[in-house]
Design a protein around this ligand. Structure first.
Ligand code: FES
Length: 106
């Protein structure tokens, strides 16, 4: 069973915003769309840079460097220059606490 790690208060992540957190030392990007919180790797698959310098665009995370977008549900690269997916992680919200499991969702 996946081990969930508490990372942030839900009330500290406004709708349509992103936040970089560390989960067991691994950089993870939280992205809230409406009341849903997605978690993906915070490292762009094109170059080794943080996606937290980007923004949410049309339900995807857009890299702030060269503009590739990644699906927040699947991690799939939606446009070049990135061609490889980024890992996605399971999230859970208990009351006001967002938790992330590093294993991929099943
Ligand atoms: S570093 Fe992200 S698209 Fe180039």
């Amino acid at each position: 069973m996946a081990e969930f790690h508490p990372v942030l208060k839900f009330s500290e992540l406004p709708a349509e915003s992103i936040r970089r957190v560390l989960v067991e030392g691994r950089p993870v990007l939280l992205a809230r769309i409406g009341d849903t919180v997605h978690a993906v790797s915070d490292t762009c698959s094109h170059e080794d840079v943080s996606l937290s310098f980007g923004c949410i665009k049309d339900g995807a995370i857009k890299c702030g460097y060269h503009g590739s977008r990644f699906c927040l549900k699947t991690g799939r690269a939606l446009n070049e220059p990135a061609t490889e997916s980024i890992p996605v992680y399971s999230t859970r919200i208990d009351g006001d606490t967002i938790s992330v499991a590093l294993e991929n969702p099943s």
